[in-house]
Write a protein that binds this ligand. Structure first.
Ligand SMILES: [Zn+2]
Length: 195
């Protein structure tokens, strides 16, 4: 049965030049599905923009999610890994990617999770630290994007600084069985039910 699904997906791709985020192709058991919402169980936040979001999620930031949350909200790790970059010296009023505070976590498949716009002195981890899913890693803010406080979360491959393209990722703890998060909805962090 699985084999038939894969073959059909491949045929679909050839015929219709499918996009990687096409819902017909997502297998939530795949490596791309190893994420949980990046805040504590029971918390609920509004997604202002998700993949291809109308405001700023284009080009290198195409695959990203913005969770609207007040400055100082606890951010937890969406996936286990090693902290490889931390910056939290900018104030919440500064603007631009080069004035954005962030924590970057390297995963075992050479992808990087980026937790962006954290508040000044809001990093609660340091480079070299190993983190598990759900570990507290930072406090949210609006550094680099003073228009509204939020957490921008995305995933990149092989590099994590400016000009690194984001790649699709999926959440295993949301109602959508394919793990696709959407703009304009609240998402409550539930305990993950698989893996
Ligand atoms: Zn964003």
């Amino acid at each position: 049965m699985e084999l038939i699904k894969i073959i059909l997906s491949v045929i679909f791709c050839i015929l219709f030049s499918c996009k990687v985020n096409d819902s017909t192709l997502i297998n939530i058991e795949s490596d791309n599905a190893k994420y949980v919402l990046p805040y504590p169980v029971g918390e609920s936040y509004y997604v202002l923009q998700a993949f291809n979001g109308p405001y700023t999620h284009h080009d290198e930031f195409k695959y990203a999610v913005d969770f609207t949350m007040p400055v100082g909200t606890v951010i937890t790790s969406a996936r286990e890994g090693e902290v490889v970059f931390v910056r939290d010296s900018f104030s919440d009023n500064e603007n631009g990617f080069d004035k954005t505070n962030l924590v970057v976590i390297l995963h075992t498949d050479s992808t990087f999770g980026r937790y962006v716009h954290i508040t000044e002195n809001g990093a609660l981890v340091s480079s070299g630290m190993k983190v598990n899913v759900d570990d507290t890693i930072a406090l949210s803010g609006s550094s680099g994007s003073p228009s509204y406080p939020h957490l921008h979360f995305d995933v990149t491959k092989t590099c994590y600084k400016q000009d690194c393209n984001t790649i699709p990722f999926y959440f295993k703890d949301i109602e959508d069985k394919n793990g696709i998060i959407k703009s304009g909805k609240y998402y409550t962090r539930r305990k993950a039910t698989n893996k």
